[in-house]
Design a protein around this ligand. Structure first.
Ligand SMILES: Cc1cc2nc3c(=O)[nH]c(=O)nc-3n(C[C@H](O)[C@H](O)[C@H](O)COP(=O)(O)OP(=O)(O)OC[C@H]3O[C@@H](n4cnc5c(N)ncnc54)[C@H](O)[C@@H]3O)c2cc1C
Ligand code: FES
Length: 259
């Protein structure tokens, strides 16, 4: 698919607490698919490189992202106000749907940790539209933050099961790590995005159950186009793959996770 680099207006911004914002941009370029990402930076920026952000939602001429402030690049994005312009380049990378098993007898599982929910929320919209059966299990450190994020993504509370390490004041959420509730054998495939340790545990449980598992990797990126090799990750069987162009979605069986 052709990528474009466009100066786009920030149409809306919503603060979700804990340094997380939802940013809604105009995007008149090629429509992204769930799992893909854009390189984003404000038009007036002090950072040289744009930062990769996964598509959390998209519509006609619009793309939305969740951004957590980590350093200067994400702080600048989070400080933008509606009406300002940002440079968006994309869409980049492989999408989730390309890994979906055909004619599966069991449902798929979307499994997220923290802001890993962003690309999976977009995938849930695609699956619902295609009448594909799936469950959605989302883990957060604080379930109260998770409930805010889920609501900002337009996901109904009955469409996702929430697990939290701190569930104080919340009903209808499960106490524990999201992988504590992963029954891999019940699924045709598991699509996971979140901290590396969470994806590693999901991959292990899936391997034991013989269930295919696909993960979206996060690496530092420079070009986003496959040219600089700055995002290369070693893969089993030898060699490297570029997270931006060969991923970010990979078969978990290929990936070395940090121990
Ligand atoms: C494909 C992809 C999709 C992403 N989607 C999202 C998203 O939807 N929402 C979101 O908030 N973030 C997302 N990220 C991560 C985001 O791109 C980084 O947080 C951002 O680039 C950090 O830039 P910064 O200038 O704010 O921080 P920097 O100053 O560059 O870094 C701040 C700190 O974070 C660490 N860090 C920075 N980037 C990464 C990284 N990729 N992995 C591990 N540690 C890192 C640095 O080592 C440093 O300690 C995604 C990354 C990738 C590769
Ligand atoms: S970021 Fe340059 S090759 Fe991936």
């Amino acid at each position: 698919m052709k990528k474009q680099s466009l100066c786009c207006r920030l149409n809306g911004k919503r603060e979700l607490g804990g340094g997380v914002v939802r940013l809604d941009f105009e995007w008149p370029g090629p429509p992204p698919r769930a799992g893909q990402f854009f390189m984003v930076k404000p038009a007036r920026s002090s950072v040289f490189l744009a930062r990769p952000l996964s598509v959390a939602a998209c519509g006609v001429n619009a793309a939305a992202f969740l951004a957590a402030v980590r350093g200067k690049g994400t702080a600048e994005l989070a400080a933008m106000t509606p009406g300002e312009q940002a440079l968006l380049t994309g869409p980049f990378g492989k999408d989730w749907a390309g890994f979906m098993p055909q004619n599966a007898a069991k449902p798929a599982l979307l499994l997220s940790g923290g802001l890993g929910i962003a690309p999976l929320a977009a995938f849930s919209v695609e699956l619902r539209r295609a009448s594909v059966n799936f469950d959605f299990l989302a883990g957060f450190k604080r379930s109260a933050d998770g409930i805010n994020i889920i609501s900002a993504l337009g996901i109904g509370r009955d469409e996702v099961e929430i697990a939290g390490e701190d569930i104080s004041g919340q009903s209808n959420v499960r106490y524990g790590l999201v992988t504590d509730f992963l029954d891999a054998q019940n699924y045709s495939a598991v699509f996971a995005c979140g901290p590396a340790v969470m994806m590693r545990n999901a991959a292990l449980l899936c391997r034991k159950a013989g269930t295919p598992c696909f993960v979206s990797l996060e690496t530092r990126m420079a070009c986003g186009t496959g040219a600089c090799l700055g995002c290369a990750v070693p893969v089993k069987g030898g060699g490297y793959r570029r997270c931006c162009a060969d991923g970010p979605v990979f078969d978990a069986g290929e990936v070395f996770f940090d121990e």
